[in-house]
Design a protein around this ligand. Structure first.
Ligand code: SF4
Length: 122
């Protein structure tokens, strides 16, 4: 065990929408009984990419004793795709473009790298 940063999911806030599952490249998050859970400390690198996609701010980063992140184990996890993830401007999915999470007006959205310049510069 080491003292490190790791994702924390507030079960009281979690609605079980599942939006945080596919963005986790390490496959650390799954829905268990309708709530998102970090299924293994070894799979969570604590980077928090999932934070920005949660519509109810149920995800945060905490510092605590946990197993060390295991990159080999994370790499071996089956990769999840989510066809509901689409660019909020052009509607393309992750199969055709890189998608980035953005937040605006208390909403989480995805935007592809082709539309990002338009979002930044108007
Ligand atoms: S995105 Fe947020 S509300 Fe949805 S399942 Fe994940 S933690 Fe729960």
């Amino acid at each position: 065990m080491v003292n490190r940063t790791i994702v924390r999911i507030d079960e009281e806030k979690c609605t079980g929408c599942g939006k945080c599952i596919a963005p986790c490249a390490e496959g650390a998050i799954e829905l268990v009984n309708g709530k998102a859970k970090v299924v293994s400390d070894e799979l969570c690198d604590g980077m928090g990419f999932c934070i920005g996609v949660c519509p109810v701010d149920a995800i945060s980063i905490e510092q605590r004793q946990a197993l060390e992140f295991n990159p080999e184990k994370a790499e071996a996890q089956p990769k999840k795709t989510d066809i509901s993830i689409q660019c909020c401007k052009c509607g393309c999915g992750e199969e055709s473009a890189y998608l980035l999470p953005v937040r605006h007006g208390m909403e989480s959205q995805w935007i592809c790298t082709r539309c990002l310049p338009q979002l930044i510069h108007g």
